[in-house]
Design a protein around this ligand. Structure first.
Ligand code: NAP
Length: 320
């Protein structure tokens, strides 16, 4: 079968499509014929060798994909050959014609969701759901600021927060991004590339501040975020690309909290709950994925360039 292989950490060009041996699932694993692969920013950090967890070389990148089960290990209980599934994490890597995942990394793909949309679910929707519900413990009626709402995690977060009955304010950095988040139903769309864009929050929250902030670029925004919170407000740091100085006093008067998160800390029980909720939202049409483009697997390097570009909206999908 064909798979992208990385022999050395480096730029996008280190990813090459190669012929590799067919995969064989262990007892608790599934083998999947991959129909679509979801490309995430974390794939680029790992490929560049700057992510704290480094795979052994050579490796196949990728955490997200959708496809069809072609083989099940002897201890697999709830899946069978022919099932349509999407995966969130897989030990073999998803940039390939086949992948191997543990049974608890695979989730049913409802019939009304195509494979490319399925490939857009794993990391973005799990992250958004985990941040909002497991880290911020957001409640219906609260106001959430999604600081970076136009990306894959942000769009998922808008849909999940709205379905839960939160008031959702989002930010984006281009006119196209602002239109996109407005189309998702935010009550206000603010441009994080303009000065004083957060001034509008005073009126939008009747001077109370926001209850929850989902932060996609903490190294730029965390200090300001602390000043935007209501009493007992919570910030969830989802994305960060550097250092920042904050004044801890800003947390004190409001009993404010800053919650870090890594999706990799969500255990199997949490993931089951998250994906049961996602399944319900997919079936009734509340959660709709936005696809930027579908590229052949051989164009993985181009996909990595695109996913890190500003103003590229929607999921970039590779088709094996
Ligand atoms: P993405 O699709 O590339 O989206 C990036 C988002 O950040 C866009 O909405 C972008 O808006 C926004 N942004 C750019 N400049 C900003 C600023 N100054 N302030 C606020 N937002 C800004 O990436 P993604 O897949 O949604 O992931 C978002 C981040 O979360 C990435 O850094 C990713 O690595 C991280 N992440 C973390 C976890 C975890 O477990 N902690 C899991 C998944 C993702 P414009 O392009 O419109 O400017």
């Amino acid at each position: 079968m064909q798979a992208i292989q990385v022999h050395n950490f480096g730029g996008p060009e280190v990813m090459q499509l190669e012929e590799v041996p067919d995969l064989v699932p262990a007892a608790n694993q599934l083998k999947i014929e991959v129909k679509a692969v979801g490309v995430n920013p974390v794939d680029t950090y790992i490929r560049a060798g700057v992510y704290p967890l480094k795979p052994e070389l050579p490796y196949t990148p990728g955490k997200d994909a959708a496809g069809v089960v072609t083989e099940v290990g002897s201890a697999v209980k709830h899946r069978k050959v022919g099932d349509r599934i999407y995966v969130c994490g897989c030990p073999s890597g998803s940039y390939a014609q086949q992948l191997i995942c543990d049974e608890d990394q695979a989730f049913s793909l409802p019939d009304n969701v195509d494979f490319s949309s399925g490939a857009a679910l794993g990391v973005p929707y799990s992250t958004a759901y985990y941040a909002l519900n497991f880290r911020a413990h957001a409640l219906p009626g609260e106001t959430v600021l999604i600081h970076g709402a136009s990306g894959s995690v942000g769009i998922a977060a808008i849909q999940i927060a709205k379905a839960k009955g939160l008031r959702v304010i989002g930010t984006a950095g281009t006119q196209q991004g602002l239109e996109l988040i407005k189309s998702q139903g935010v009550i206000a769309a603010l441009n994080h590339r303009t000065e004083n864009y957060l001034d509008a929050l005073e009126e939008l929250t009747c001077g109370q501040g926001v209850n929850v902030i989902l932060e996609m670029l903490a190294n730029v925004n965390l200090d300001t975020d602390l000043k935007l919170l209501a009493k007992f407000g919570r910030i969830v740091v989802i994305g960060n690309r550097g250092r920042i100085e904050i004044d801890p006093r800003d947390t004190m008067g409001k009993n404010a909290s800053i919650h870090g998160m890594s999706l990799f800390n969500a255990d199997a029980k949490a993931m089951n709950q998250i994906h049961a909720a996602i399944k319900a939202g997919l079936i009734d049409g509340r959660y709709k994925q936005i696809i930027h483009s579908e590229l052949p697997l051989a164009d993985a390097a181009k996909a990595h360039d695109l996913v890190m570009q500003e103003g590229v909206y929607g999921k970039i999908v590779l088709i094996p």
